[in-house]
Design a protein around this ligand. Structure first.
Ligand SMILES: [Zn+2]
Ligand SMILES: [Zn+2]
Length: 884
């Protein structure tokens, strides 16, 4: 049929047409001031790094956020839905090295390309609030925050290890170290060098960051668990063992050493250990140090063999760290030949260096209690260290298998503490340590302070000045921003790139006016993403990072959406930043976001899409073939949003065919449906509220009758069937937006609805469904599709004769009366066993239900020739027939 072929769903025409119109409506996606009186809704997707190309993971992330934003607009909310660019970082420098393109130019070109892609996807962002973190108007506030934190003693410098390539003569980022070698010099081993670096004191908030997680019940449990583990609180005790003087000549190890009193050792060197089980301290048979422990350097100074062994352990730890499996490191150690004295009983125990003790956890030293710790037990057996049991079950007759790690027991072999329970003993031993000044109760955290120094070019310059006379001097606020020099040659040689620009480095000291030097480190890019979402609320502010009142209105973010890979760093740093800003009096909220959603990955052929795997599907290609709407709907339909999505191009094609069916359906019946609105202002007004024209027949009868479309006062027959399906679909999708987010089943429900309407085609063609019902069906279909397929929805809206943006049309409301099924399914049992399910009218009485049950086909078969003694009817639920 030629005529049908002429009229086709053509996303390549429809989508650019609407994108152009939307671009002309400057305030279509704009947030409104607080005075608008609407409830606010801040929906945010994580901002991308401007690599130059969106990938399908982005498309999925943004399709989820955009659907939610559009839905909330239609629900009448004042919506903030912004987008920006996490624009500093190493790839821009690498690209500069490779292509000789300045990082700024490379970055801004990429941003422009990705923005075009976002616009081609039809994403509803308010570009007036766009934030680009590499621009001075943004990063000056990074500097400003840094200074405020410095004033609050939340910024400090300390020596710390960095990766150093001797060939490049520069510091490498962790991602530039490949198998222990430089990424550019594949055979050059990377060294660890000590460098003085800047740190943010995030540990000052460790307790609050941990406790706050309990209140974040709108965050996925797995993210909260990951953060809890990352912060890693342990309650325990710190205890000083005392280093024995090195005695000349060989000596015997072991407990035969005469007891010494701890008090005698007040001048001795102390080795502070951290333990969560101080109750087992009488069972300690060695002290173990991390290879980097400061005492180890002393021990190895005169012992070349030990030094070599320790260096090997340092290397093993580094490799295990890079491979991310420190927990599975093959445990081994070496004795140092030195001894330490247990302050509680004076026992002398050997000091070992062990490769599984970490310098940056606890104190970098532990006591080893093989009888009551799995790891220590394994280690003691390997090296033949003594095993001394000091805890036993309360029930003495119970057989004990070592290691006995339970805290459900009593102390033995522990002098005056014998007989105490583990918990009692811990308390008593802590008190004793504090009284005798060799220890204390201690809560330690795994969380470390945040090292923010980067010896890189493409980042925020740290606003500090080094003056020989005055020391460290802050750059005065009025001199901010410290601008990143734009013309720079990136050579990857000789330390920090900024250090090679004399115009940048040489400066007059703000305090004494003398010659001084600028700090040449730049900030970690996680600084940029720690507070960018506050800036969206007031992106043009040149006097402050944002207006606090505006932030008070919009925060916390109602829904934050992004990948679970950001569960740790970004989401902990931004929580920290929020708390610091709160303590600076800038914001009132404790946490940045009330709800967090982490979408699943997009995978193809069993692996995450990535360039190296060669399984990347380009959004541009999909859009060119099937349209933006089909690509977006597919990314929501193919899997529940929190699960991984296995990309199948067939699926996109299928969605595209479905959208084409919706278009054809509307194209075919819009002329008939539109007769319902012709000349009726009153009908339009009611329509505008989003209520069904049937929800209040008393009011509507007159208007409908005047139209002459139908003489009925309420829908019946096929119209009723279809409207029932419609209102069930509305109810389902509305509920999903309110929290379950099963957008895949939302799309499936719309498909079912369309199937049902299409199946009724003969009835529709015969005019059996009155125009107002038909109009409601088609209007609602467009409205339901609007969050998912905004271009098609806008087109359908226009085809139905509607004016104004569908985005501002009210979300349809489900009429519960209409949605109610008119038939119920009733299970029928014979002697308590289910035999058949029969359908009865929803308002059927007991007698009618019994009749329907007895009329069931299977029931008739089973009761033939028998007697139904009794029929028990539970209306609406069940029929049980007692048959003999
Ligand atoms: Zn190198
Ligand atoms: Zn000075």
């Amino acid at each position: 049929m030629a005529e049908e072929n002429e009229q086709r769903y053509d996303p390549a025409a429809i989508e650019p047409k609407w994108q152009l119109r939307w671009a002309e409506q400057k305030d279509l996606y704009a947030e409104e001031p607080a005075s608008c009186g609407k409830p606010k809704y801040y929906v945010l997707e994580m901002l991308p790094y401007p690599s130059g190309q969106l990938h399908m993971g982005h498309v999925r992330n943004y399709s989820i956020g955009d659907a939610l934003a559009r839905h909330m607009w239609m629900r009448g909310y004042n919506v903030l839905h912004p987008m920006g660019w996490d624009a500093f970082g190493l790839p821009a420098e690498n690209a500069a090295l490779k292509n000789r393109t300045p990082p700024r130019e490379w970055t801004l070109t990429n941003i422009a390309a990705m923005k075009r892609q976002m616009e081609r996807l039809g994403l509803g962002y308010d570009w007036a609030t766009e934030v680009t973190t590499c621009l001075p108007e943004y990063y000056r506030w990074n500097q400003w925050f840094f200074l405020r934190m410095y004033e609050k003693d939340l910024v400090y410098r300390k020596k710390s290890k960095v990766n150093w390539c001797p060939e490049c003569a520069t510091v490498l980022a962790n991602e530039q170290v490949v198998d222990g070698c430089c990424w550019r010099h594949e055979t050059t081993k990377v060294d660890q060098r000590d460098l003085v670096q800047w740190f943010l004191r995030i540990t000052a908030y460790a307790e609050e960051l941990l406790d706050g997680l309990d209140k974040l019940d709108g965050w996925p449990e797995k993210v909260r668990t990951m953060q809890r583990n990352w912060i890693g609180r342990s309650e325990g005790t710190e205890v000083d063992f005392f280093l024995e003087e090195k005695e000349s000549g060989a000596r015997d190890a072991g407990p035969s050493t005469p007891l010494r009193s701890a008090q005698d050792d007040s001048a001795a060197v102390r080795i502070r250990v951290f333990t969560t089980r101080v109750d087992t301290i009488f069972g300690a048979t060695s002290v173990q140090l991390a290879p980097q422990h400061e005492l180890v350097a002393e021990f190895t100074a005169a012992d070349a063999e030990l030094r070599a062994q320790v260096e090997e352990m340092v290397e093993q730890q580094k490799q295990a760290r890079e491979a991310g499996d420190l927990g599975t490191i093959e445990k081994h150690g070496v004795p140092t030949g030195r001894f330490a004295v247990n302050p509680y009983n004076g026992a002398s125990v050997p000091i070992w260096v062990a490769n599984y003790i970490l310098a940056d956890y606890g104190t970098g030293a532990i006591m080893s209690v093989p009888a009551h710790d799995e790891r220590d037990f394994e280690f003691a057996n390997k090296y033949g260290l003594p095993i001394v049991q000091v805890i036993q079950p309360e029930d003495e007759t119970m057989a004990v298998v070592l290691p006995f790690v339970s805290e459900d027991g009593v102390l033995v072999n522990s002098g005056e503490y014998d007989g105490l329970s583990c918990t009692q003993a811990q308390k008593r031993l802590q008190e004793s340590a504090a009284r005798r000044a060799f220890g204390e109760a201690k809560t330690t955290f795994r969380l470390k302070d945040w090292g923010v120094s980067r010896q890189r070019y493409w980042g925020t310059p740290i606003p500090m000045i080094h003056c020989e006379k005055c020391g460290l001097v802050q750059v005065p606020d009025e001199q901010l921003p410290v601008l990143l020099p734009e013309r720079i040659e990136i050579t990857q040689q000789g330390g920090s790139p900024l250090g090679r620009i004399p115009e940048f480095v040489n400066v007059n000291c703000p305090k004494c006016g003398g010659a001084a030097k600028r700090e040449t480190d730049t900030m970690d890019t996680f600084v940029d993403s720690s507070w960018y979402f506050y800036r969206y609320t007031d992106a043009k502010n040149a006097k402050a990072p944002f207006d606090s009142e505006t932030v008070k209105y919009w925060f916390p973010i109602d829904q934050y959406i992004g990948g679970v890979e950001h569960a740790i760093l970004h989401l902990i740093y931004s929580r920290f930043w929020t708390k610091v800003m709160r303590d600076l009096g800038l914001v009132a909220n404790d946490e940045p976001a009330t709800r967090l959603f982490t979408q699943g990955m997009v995978i193809k052929d069993g692996a995450k899409m990535s360039k190296s795997k060669g399984n990347v599907v380009s959004p541009d290609e999909m859009i060119a073939k099937y349209g933006a709407d089909a690509t977006r709907v597919y990314s929501l339909f193919a899997a529940p949003p929190d699960r991984d999505l296995d990309w199948q191009e067939d699926g996109v094609a299928g969605v595209s065919r479905f959208l084409a069916r919706v278009w054809r359906l509307t194209d075919k019946y819009a002329p008939l449906a539109r007769t319902a609105v012709h000349g009726s202002e009153r009908f339009s007004a009611v329509k505008g509220t989003g209520f069904s024209p049937y929800s209040n027949p008393a009011n509507e009868t007159g208007a409908l009758a005047q139209e002459g479309c139908s003489s009925e006062t309420a829908p019946s027959g096929m119209a009723l069937e279809l409207l029932r399906k419609l209102h069930q679909t509305i109810a389902k999708i509305t509920l999903d937006f309110e929290g379950r987010w099963h957008f895949n089943t939302c799309v499936a429900a719309i498909m079912e609805l369309v199937n049902e309407i299409q199946a009724a085609d003969a009835h529709l063609a015969a005019g059996e469904v009155p125009a107002p019902a038909l109009l409601e069906l088609l209007r609602s279909l467009a409205l339901l599709l609007a969050p998912f397929a905004p271009h098609l929805a806008a087109e359908l809206w226009e085809m139905l004769g509607e004016e104004g943006a569908i985005l501002r049309a009210p979300w349809p409301q489900s009429d519960p009366e209409l949605a109610k099924e008119d038939k119920l399914e009733i299970p029928v049992q014979i002697n308590g066993k289910l035999v058949e399910v029969v359908r009865v009218a929803a308002d059927a009485d007991a007698k009618a239900i019994e009749e329907a049950a007895l009329a069931g086909q299977k029931i008739q078969l089973r009761t033939a020739g028998k007697t139904v003694v009794k029929a028990i009817v539970v209306p609406g639920k069940l029929v049980n027939l007692v048959v003999k």
